[in-house]
Ligand binder design. Sequence first.
Ligand SMILES: Cc1cc2nc3c(=O)[nH]c(=O)nc-3n(C[C@H](O)[C@H](O)[C@H](O)COP(=O)(O)OP(=O)(O)OC[C@H]3O[C@@H](n4cnc5c(N)ncnc54)[C@H](O)[C@@H]3O)c2cc1C
Length: 335
Amino acid sequence: MENTDTLVIGAGPAGSVCAYLLKKAGVDCALVDCASFPRDKICGGGLTPKAYSLLAELMPDLQYEYRAIKKVKMGLDHKQISEIELPQEIRIVSRKDFDNALLQQYLNEGGTFIQDAFEKFELLDDGNIVVRLRSGREFQCKHLVGADGANSHVRRQLIGKYDGNVLILEQYIDSTNDAIEGVVSRKYDRGYYYLFPSVHCDIVGLGYKGITLQEFRNVLTTLGIKETHIKGANISVEETDSSLDNVILIGDAGGFPNKLSYEGLYYAIATGRNASNAISNGKTFRETNRDIFNRKRKERFLSNLFYGRIGMFLVRHFSSNTYLVRKIFVAGLSH
Ligand SMILES: Cc1cc2nc3c(=O)[nH]c(=O)nc-3n(C[C@H](O)[C@H](O)[C@H](O)COP(=O)(O)OP(=O)(O)OC[C@H]3O[C@@H](n4cnc5c(N)ncnc54)[C@H](O)[C@@H]3O)c2cc1C
């Protein structure tokens, strides 16, 4: 049995940021991921101003490659209705390189990385936790952080079946665009089509509850995009408040991505920071993450409004008003 104060499962943005900050605060921790890094992650890779400014605050030495995009085109039923210029860029990153750069920050602090998979945890009578990894290695720790993404095994052991995942399908295309595109439609139930001009290629994607491969193929055909290699991944949009103070779920494992835009990177970074603050300051995650839990309640209301009849009516009638659209969009990109 090995001992550590905190075991973090998952070295995506949530886990790496959390483990890095714990290390900085002098907390003994280890970071576990089943993948060998650099590893890819199916994602648009869009970092909003609130995400990259928070990251710059938390990891001042972090360097990463990105494509800066300031133009956004929006459409309804694949007809363009407005085009806006943003005051601050959106940075599009390659997740393979970006996530590896975050992990390197933790390693540079002297952090321990273990390539292994989480299997199960057990609570001891004295409040400690025993975590068993797939290799058979066992750790005794005071805190367990589940940062193992949308299909989290830590969450599964805590709450059982989870119903908050939305499937997103994506395909890489040649790099020919200079604007982000977003398209909503009554046909896409609480979701949207997007195009992101990324670092090495462009990415098109479509995500909503109940999406099928055939529907994504139909959209590609309508847009004249040749199908090459479609990939899919879940994103979790229903937050999960752990019933245990020493088992904390962050990032996608905690269901924190935005319910309306599906932005997840900001929430992964912010909840990673909040989990680290809870552990290093002896507080509960419920306290340190209060702002995000409150924000989720507002998002639920806004998402129901936006993707409902009223929202679509407003989009149809007011989205050509670029002043208004820009104001709403910019508010969503910042804090
Ligand atoms: C198609 C798609 C497009 C997206 N586009 C955007 C976007 O443009 N902008 C944005 O902000 N967000 C976007 N998101 C959301 C974003 O990708 C996630 O919110 C973000 O990756 C969450 O980070 P995380 O660290 O919580 O989890 P992840 O990045 O998923 O990392 C989880 C880590 O846990 C590891 N792991 C999993 N299971 C285990 C296990 N049992 N044991 C050990 N390790 C394990 C995995 O290997 C992985 O490294 C998108 C999501 C999808 C699916």
